[in-house]
Structure formats: C-alpha cells, structure tokens
Design a protein around this ligand. Structure first.
Ligand SMILES: NC(=O)c1ccc[n+]([C@@H]2O[C@H](COP(=O)([O-])OP(=O)(O)OC[C@H]3O[C@@H](n4cnc5c(N)ncnc54)[C@H](O)[C@@H]3O)[C@@H](O)[C@H]2O)c1
Length: 290
C-alpha cells in the first residue's frame, strides 16, 4: 500500500526529533553517510510505532541523492523533506564542508523540488553561523541563491584563496542554505509546496560535542553561558519550530529562515557576546559559531 513519504537526510539528533513530530503514519526514508546512524534511528523509531527505512547515502553526491529519491518514491509521493545532514567546522576540511553543506544541500533542494507532492513541505537545517558572519554584497547573495548547482563551487567567493578556514567555509555554506531556500521556495510554490530553513544556535548533539571538544570549545561554552537563555538548546526545541513550519498552521510561511539560538546572535551584536572589534567593520575577530 502506498503511503505519504517523509525524506529524512541526516540520521542525527535534530533530524530524528523533527521526524518524530511530523512522521507518524507516513513512510520515513532516512539516508545517512554512516549507515549505522540511519539504522540506529530506524530501530529506535520503529520500536516507537513509526515506519522507517534506513539507507546509506551521501549528500555531497547528486547520484546518491537521486538514488535516495528513486527509492523513496516507490513507497509513495514525497510529502515532506527534512534535511538535517551536515558536517561542522571541527569535523571536516574546507572542501568537504563546501561539498556537503553547501553544494549537497543545494542539489537536494533542487532535486526534491522536482518531485515534491502538492501540499508538500520541506525544512533544511542551516545555522546561526550564517547570521553572524559579515554581510555579503547583494550581488554575492544573489550568486549564492541563483547560480546553477553545478557551477556553485566555481564561484569566486568560494575559491580556496577566499575561504580563510573551516569556520568560514561553514558560514558561507549556511548563508548559501538560506539563500537557496528563498530561491527554491519560489519553484516549490509553483508545485503548491513550501520550503523553509531553521538556523539553530548551539544544540546538544554529537556534532556540537565535536565542537565543544575542538579548537573553539571554550568559545562555544562561553557563548551559551552568556547568551540570554544561558544554556544550549535541545533538538526537541528545534523540532518545536519545525513542527509549526511543517503543519497547516505554517501554511503562510515559505522561503523564510528561523533563528533559534537562545538569543546568542542578539547578544553577539548588542550584548555581552559582542566581540572587541579592532577596527570599524574589521572581521579579524573570532566571530564563529555553528
Ligand atoms: N548541533 C548544533 O549545535 C547545530 C547548530 C547549528 C546548525 N546545526 C546543523 O544541524 C544539522 C544537523 O546536525 P546535528 O547537530 O543534528 O548533528 P548530528 O551529528 O546528530 O547529525 C548529523 C548527521 O549528518 C550525517 N552526515 C554527515 N555528512 C553526511 C553526508 N555527506 N551525507 C549524509 N549524511 C551525512 C552524519 O553522519 C550525522 O548522522 C547540520 O546541518 C548542522 O550543521 C547544528
């Protein structure tokens, strides 16, 4: 029997939390580069009454994305997309971050946008990091939004000499996610479907643990201690936002990005987390965050 399908990319904590809110009664196809992660989440959720099929897939490969979509549509129409796969600045080199978080996400939104069912809805997880980096020019933002996917990594602003480190690569990837969502939401709208992104701050997951234990660990711990919420967030709190966006209550919301960071970005600009700038508009500061 055909069912409505939820495509979940990234078998991590944020992805699972969202799938548990929106996936009951549907077929959930979960793809992850680490098959053991997909399998573990499938087992956990199947024990709780969900219907989950795990698959190995690589977000950085168009072929792998197409294979996942092909498998998913055998179960029924794709009604929901949750993209919660990604690598953080302490987990991968610049090239891998751009290939997975930037290019892979752009291809996924494009390919799912060709098959998403009428009334369908998608969310992709970006990051507050895209909100904290220096402003890009309107032309650069437009390039990130509209450049054909196969030409994206050839953009001047993404060349190795213009990316100073893994954190900068991650910030560019997450800025690109928000811009792609705006551009793709227009196309998804032509199919009667909606698409949004969520930009979390520090959320306790294995990815965040790698950052806490990485070279910027103290910076992250200081960030959540001094942000208005005074703590890191949880995957379930991200799922609260996703549930709204993916439900009929969110029917008027598309092409938008939602910041959920305990106020860290507000504090970064106007509060205790404001960095000491060495010169007006200088960016030679530790301005990172996932
Ligand atoms: N945790 C945070 O503090 C935080 C903050 C802001 C944004 N995010 C974003 O949230 C998303 C989800 O991360 P999480 O915190 O739930 O981490 P997580 O480690 O729990 O899950 C990430 C999953 O993505 C998978 N993955 C990595 N590369 C992949 C690839 N090429 N193809 C397919 N799967 C791949 C990993 O194997 C892992 O299962 C990421 O995009 C991350 O950048 C996380």
């Amino acid at each position: 029997m055909k069912k409505e399908v939820v495509l979940l990319i990234g078998a991590g904590q944020i992805g699972m939390a969202i799938a548990r809110r929106v996936g009951y009664g549907k077929k959930i196809v979960v793809g992850d580069k680490k098959f053991e992660n997909a399998k573990m989440i499938a087992e956990t959720m199947n024990c709780a009454g969900f219907d989950v099929e795990p698959m190995e897939m690589d977000l950085s490969s168009r072929e792998s994305i197409l294979q996942l979509i092909d498998t998913a549509i055998r179960y029924g129409e794709i009604k929901m997309l949750i993209n919660a796969a990604g690598v953080s600045p302490s987990q991968a080199p610049v090239e891998a971050i751009l290939q997975v978080d930037l290019y892979g996400t752009a291809v996924l939104l494009e390919e799912v946008g060709k098959v998403i069912a009428k009334g369908g809805v998608g969310v992709t997880i970006s990051s507050q990091s895209g909100h904290r980096m220096k402003q890009l020019t309107p032309q650069e933002d437009e390039q990130l939004a509209l450049t054909p996917t196969e030409e994206l990594l050839g953009l001047y602003i993404l060349q190795p000499e213009n990316i100073k480190d893994t954190l900068h690569a991650y910030q560019m990837a997450k800025r690109c996610n928000e811009k792609r969502v705006m551009a793709e939401a227009v196309k998804w709208g032509e199919r009667g479907a909606r698409l949004n992104s969520i930009s979390p701050g520090i959320i306790v997951t294995p990815l965040a643990m790698d950052e806490f234990n990485g070279p910027r660990g103290d910076f992250y711990k200081n960030m959540f201690a001094k942000c208005p919420a005074g703590r890191p967030g949880t995957a379930d709190e991200v799922a609260n936002v996703a549930e709204l966006l993916m439900s009929p209550a969110g029917a008027f919301i598309t092409g938008a990005d939602f910041l959920i960071d305990g106020g860290a970005t507000a504090s970064y600009f106007y509060g205790a987390l404001k960095p000491v700038r060495v010169a007006p508009f200088a960016h030679a500061i530790q301005d990172g965050n996932q």
